[in-house]
Ligand binder design. Structure first.
Ligand code: HEM
Length: 562
């Protein structure tokens, strides 16, 4: 008691600035001791990585904020090797297991794609992992998790079963007609650019990425809600892609903030309109937009039911509003539907936009490839109305061009975090303990020169077995097995087949209708010598990584071929 009294007297006799100084010293001491622990006794202490990233998560937050995380990850793996510690509790692994290659395995699966993206269903199995904490901030504003946020595997499986009919073979067959309408509108709209209408004239320069992005949003909303945004034809809604980009940046870095869990309860409230800058406000604006789209669609469904009519068009939300999980009988709550509404617009639109604009960039950079692809498309279809599957899906060069674009520009280029569960897991012979975040950076993996010789080159031929080019069955199998723009396993992209159709429809319609050339002396959209290190390759289409790869350019001109 006396001691306590003495302490109280001691503290009360301190001046306020002395108290602040002592508190500051204690805080600094805490961080210094923590940093020393993280580089000495911490279970990840032996793994190489940049010093600041070993002791703090703040560099990662800055990389996400700056949009260059994929580039930093590439540089780190070049410098430190296959396993890199990129945060106090996080490691990434970028290469194939050498043992698989030596054995000449048909399916040399990358170390962490195998472990972290293909989830283990047996909960007692060693090597268990689940999606990391970062996922908890995605789509959080809706008040319930979206399917992508579902961390618990059995809960995810229920959600996936319920959503699956919207992406089934049958749904895809119905979808292609609608996607083709959107692709035709894209080609029509580009043709009405000034000058292009006059026969034999090139259009004025236009930004291919803008058009590809409008198309991505239009097809996703048409397919999702039965009503297109109409961005290709009208300017009214063209503000939406900018808001999504800004919102995406916000959700990216906020999810990695060391105090993210304290912020989560505030997310989705009007506080975001005032605190957190423009991107926080945009995140809320985007949520309201997605909620609004859903509310309209729910109202339509209600009216249809009241009138006893069946919908003639089965869009994605027709399935989501009416489906129940066949095993548990559970349907979706409104909050879950809102979260999936935000997810589906974001997941579908920019991924497809990126694949289309990056393909056009690389085709302009490689004129022989452009000629070969144009020839293939023209030989396959007598007129634009015939551009449909199964023929569209069977064009080997088009398939190879699309795969090569997504190899170089995967829509989610950086490490997607997976958390190791109890029992730990073994990666490349290393035991990684529980609680550690692991993952594979797709951008880095897709540039592994053992699997993709001359990895920076856009070479669709690497996907086609051909004696003349020296591409063997084995090399194509190796390239395929490490290829993961949609990830691998039960939590991969459910819209993968739809995305392929949308990308091929757009490219086929554009190249069928037009000759395309770069506008001006330089091909825009690539790296430049005056940019930061890692962004200086003129032949590499540049992405700004805010979860999804955002981009600009190329500026193009088009001339009608018909
Ligand atoms: C080229 C285009 C696309 C690419 C590269 C792509 C890529 C991906 C990736 C990598 C994931 C996993 C994300 C994670 O685990 O964090 C994912 C998930 C997802 N994607 Fe896509 N996507 C594309 C287009 C689409 C389209 C068109 C749709 C729907 C219309 C869609 C719907 C979804 C959904 C719903 C998920 C969550 C799946 C789940 O958690 O079970 N995506 N996508």
């Amino acid at each position: 008691m006396e001691v306590l009294n003495a302490m109280r007297i001691g503290v009360s006799s301190l001046r306020y600035y002395e108290v602040i100084a002592y508190v500051a010293i204690l805080v600094i001491l805490y961080y210094v001791i923590n940093a020393i622990y993280r580089v000495t006794l911490h279970p990840l202490a032996k793994y190489p990585g940049p010093f600041l990233q070993k002791i703090s998560d703040w560099p990662l937050v800055l990389h996400c904020y700056g949009g260059n995380r994929h580039i930093i990850e590439y540089q780190n793996h070049q410098k430190y090797g296959k396993i890199v510690r990129y945060g106090p509790n996080s490691v990434s692994d970028d290469t194939l297991l050498p043992s698989h290659l030596e054995k000449g395995s048909q399916c040399p699966i990358p170390a962490l794609v195998q472990h972290s993206h293909v989830h283990a269903d047996n909960s007692s199995r060693k090597g268990q992992h689940q999606k990391g904490e970062w996922y908890k901030t995605l789509d959080i504003s809706a008040g319930a998790p979206s399917i992508q946020m579902m961390i618990d595997k059995s809960e995810h499986a229920i959600r996936r079963r319920t959503i699956s009919p919207a992406f089934s073979e049958r749904a895809l067959r119905d979808a292609e007609g609608l996607i083709a309408v959107n692709a035709r509108k894209l080609a029509d709209a580009i043709g009405t650019l000034p000058d292009g209408a006059k026969e034999g004239k090139w259009t004025r320069p236009t930004n291919m990425n803008d058009w590809a992005t409008y198309y991505g949003f239009d097809f996703v909303s048409d397919l999702g809600y039965g009503r297109s945004f109409g961005m290709v034809e009208n300017k009214e809604d063209r503000w939406i892609p900018g808001v999504l980009k800004s919102a995406s940046r916000f959700l990216y870095y906020v999810g990695y903030l060391p105090f993210a869990r304290l912020l989560r309860p505030l997310m989705g409230t009007s506080i975001q309109d005032y605190v957190g800058g423009q991107s926080a406000a945009d995140s809320l604006k985007y949520t309201r937009l997605a909620n609004g789209r859903l509310a309209e669609r729910m109202e339509l469904e209600r009216k249809l039911k009241d009138s006893g009519k069946e919908t003639t068009r089965k869009d994605t939300f027709h399935y989501l509003l009416n489906n129940k999980d066949p095993v548990t009988g559970r349907g979706f709550t409104t909050e879950e539907l809102q979260a999936d509404s935000s997810l589906i617009i974001a997941a579908g639109s920019d991924g497809v936009g990126l694949a289309v604009s990056s393909t056009i960039f690389y085709l302009l950079r490689y004129p022989t490839t452009l000629s070969k692809l144009t020839y293939e498309i023209h030989s396959a279809f007598a007129d634009a109305s015939k551009i449909r599957h199964p023929k569209l899906g069977s064009l080997p060069y088009l398939n190879a061009c699309v795969d090569e674009s997504m190899r170089l520009c995967p829509a989610k280029p950086s490490t997607l975090p997976r958390e190791v569960l109890s029992g730990g897991m073994i990666i490349d012979g290393h035991h990684i303990p529980q609680g550690i975040s692991v993952g594979t950076p797709t951008y880095v993996l897709h540039r592994d020169e053992d699997i993709y010789p001359e990895p920076w080159e856009y070479r669709p031929e690497r996907w086609i077995v051909d004696e003349k080019t020296g591409v063997t069955t084995e090399s194509v199998a190796a390239a395929r097995s490490a290829y993961c723009p949609f990830l691998i396993g039960p939590m991969n992209c459910i819209g993968k087949n739809m995305a392929y159709i949308a990308v091929k429809q757009a490219l086929a319609h554009l190249l069928f209708r037009y000759d395309v050339r770069q506008a001006g002396d330089e091909l825009t959209g690539g790296g430049r010598p005056d940019l930061e290190e890692g962004r200086r390759r003129e032949d590499e289409y540049q992405m700004t990584d805010y979860i999804i790869g955002f981009r600009d350019g190329p500026m193009v001109e088009l001339k009608s071929r018909l």
